[in-house]
Design a protein around this ligand. Structure first.
Ligand code: BES
Ligand code: MN
Ligand code: ZN
Length: 506
């Protein structure tokens, strides 16, 4: 999709604007937006509303053709609800409906003249970024392993934003929106690829390719090096698999040389059978998505690389399979992590924390400004928060509230929301082991919290936050597929950091 911005004068210019289709807003009480009024020379739009052919409810659309005195071939009416002051949700719903309608009309070019400056507490730049994400989300198709490629897409290929307030900065906004959408697409694609293709080696090669394309420094540590680093916990997970483990380090040093980096750590289990604590068979295929944390790190790098972000960011991805075999870890096994702390593996299916803890120790060497880990860590997080919010965990002292706020704000702004969960010492007791420094599970109560508490024990040397994306990284059922989350949240967080206003409230 090609995006551009075209300024226009709302009173005179729109009727003469040549386009295959212009999308304009209408409201529930039969009121027209300013752009709709400008296009309603002969009252045909008002008549369509009056007839009841479109309700004006958010997400409703109606396509009109050949309006009198209008240069555009079609006008797409898009419902914006009752209130002329738009909420984020109403606006996004309207954009999704617009994108859907654009994908099936008989024109290759179209324009969006929705009220981009009428969203509560948001500016035009935000609205344009949002529109690009909605359009690209609707456009994404998985096709790599389908022999019958979908017929060449019909519909709109070029979209112009018609904005009275368009200026030079707007061009940059488009580039930014496209970069973010490209990052989301990469995360979706990696998540959706089958586990026999998207192996640890495949993820490592993807990181190397990104390095070539965007100038990142990329290093991939192999089993021997992981042994030398004494990553006994990570290595215990990969033991049952024939696929070699990889430990990916990817660096975007866009900031000042001495500036402490932000480190993103992504869980990269390319398939999670549970190991000897084998998962039930139903829906086990979805455990190919257990590398979506890793995918979100690579997707975010894709985005910030294209944006040429002025910030130092390091991505770290421990990646392997979790398989049962004669060589696999057994319940009761005790391993020594890179930190020196010993772990009793009471359940081999709690493997995410076992690979992450060694990565979290490894990143100490970067003297990070902050570390954010991203993981499809627990089914319990899905029970707690469902599929709308990512679980956010940070320690509960004041020092760390800033980081939590930054991430929550980035989530709200990007529509990729997180919800804060507790970490308190009281929960740590559930990880007590009679035979090691800790157990790798804390029993059913508060499962996502005890998982976060486990990680917390490896993060005491720096500022840290943990994102449990088990409920948000992919969809099940008929719409099964990766969502690309939380690339928008992470990228927005980094953008805000680069702009020096990380702590600005939503
Ligand atoms: N990858 C899973 C978490 C998961 C499960 C994500 C279902 C999304 C849907 C993780 O490795 C896991 O198996 N966690 C266990 C932990 C338990 C054994 C303490 C879980 O959530 O059941
Ligand atoms: Mn597991
Ligand atoms: Zn897992």
């Amino acid at each position: 999709m090609d995006f551009s911005i075209k300024p226009f004068d709302a009173k005179t210019g729109l009727a003469g604007f040549k386009s295959g289709c212009i999308a304009v807003g209408v409201f529930e009480d039969k009121k027209l937006s300013q752009a709709a009024q400008a296009l309603d020379r002969k009252g045909q739009i008002a008549a369509a509303l009056k007839s009841g052919d479109i309700t004006g409810k958010p997400g409703s659309t109606l396509l009109l053709r050949g309006l009198d005195g209008i240069a555009a071939e079609r006008i797409l009416l898009v419902g914006l609800g009752a209130d002329t002051e738009l909420s984020d949700k109403t606006f996004v719903t309207a954009l999704q409906a617009t994108a859907k309608a654009f994908s099936s009309i008989g024109s290759a070019d179209a324009a969006i003249a929705l009220p981009l400056d009428q969203v509560k507490k948001r500016d035009t730049a935000w609205a344009i970024r949002c529109a690009i994400l909605a359009v690209r989300d609707a456009e994404y198709r998985y096709s790599v392993t389908k022999s019958e490629k979908e017929p060449p897409a019909r519909g709109v290929k070029k979209i112009a934003f018609l904005s009275a307030g368009a200026d030079a900065a707007a061009k940059n906004v488009i580039a930014q929106g496209i970069a973010l959408a490209n990052g989301v697409d990469l995360a979706k694609e990696l998540g959706n690829l089958p586990p026999n293709i998207c192996t640890p080696t495949y993820l490592a090669n993807t990181a190397k390719q990104l390095g070539k394309d965007f100038g990142f420094g990329v290093e991939v540590l192999e089993r021997k090096q992981l042994e030398a680093l004494k990553m006994g916990s990570f290595l215990s997970v990969t033991k049952g698999s024939d696929e070699p483990p990889k430990f990916i380090v990817i660096k975007h040093m866009g900031g000042k040389a001495k500036e402490a980096p932000i480190v993103l750590v992504g869980k990269g289990i390319t398939f999670d059978t549970g190991g000897i604590s084998l998962k039930p068979g139903a829906n086990m295929d979805e455990m190919k998505y257990d590398m979506c944390g890793a995918a979100s790190v690579l997707g975010t790098f894709r985005a910030i690389g294209e944006m040429n972000l002025k910030l130092n960011v390091i991505g770290v991805i421990p990646t392997c399979e979790n398989m049962p075999s004669g060589r696999a870890s057994k319940p009761g096994d005790i391993v020594t992590s890179m930190s020196g702390q010993t772990i009793e593996i009471l359940n081999t299916d709690a493997e995410g924390r076992l690979i992450l803890c060694d990565a979290l120790t490894y990143v100490e060497r970067f003297k990070p400004a902050a570390v954010v880990d991203i993981a499809t860590l627990t089914g319990a997080c899905v029970t707690a928060l469902g599929h709308h919010n990512t679980g956010l965990f940070t320690r509960h002292d004041d020092d760390h509230d800033g980081l939590a706020d930054e991430l929550l704000t980035a989530g709200k702004v990007s529509g990729d929301t997180a919800w804060r969960m507790p970490i308190e010492d009281a929960y740590q007791e559930q990880l007590k082991s009679n035979f090691a420094d800790m157990a790798n599970i804390g029993g059913p109560p508060g499962g996502s919290i005890t998982a976060a508490c486990f990680l917390e024990r490896y993060t005491r040397k720096y500022l840290w936050a943990h994102l449990d994306i088990a409920g948000t990284a992919w969809k099940s059922g008929a719409a099964k597929g990766a969502t690309g989350r939380p690339v928008p949240l992470l990228t927005t967080f980094l953008l805000n950091r680069a702009n020096g206003n990380g702590k600005k409230a939503a």
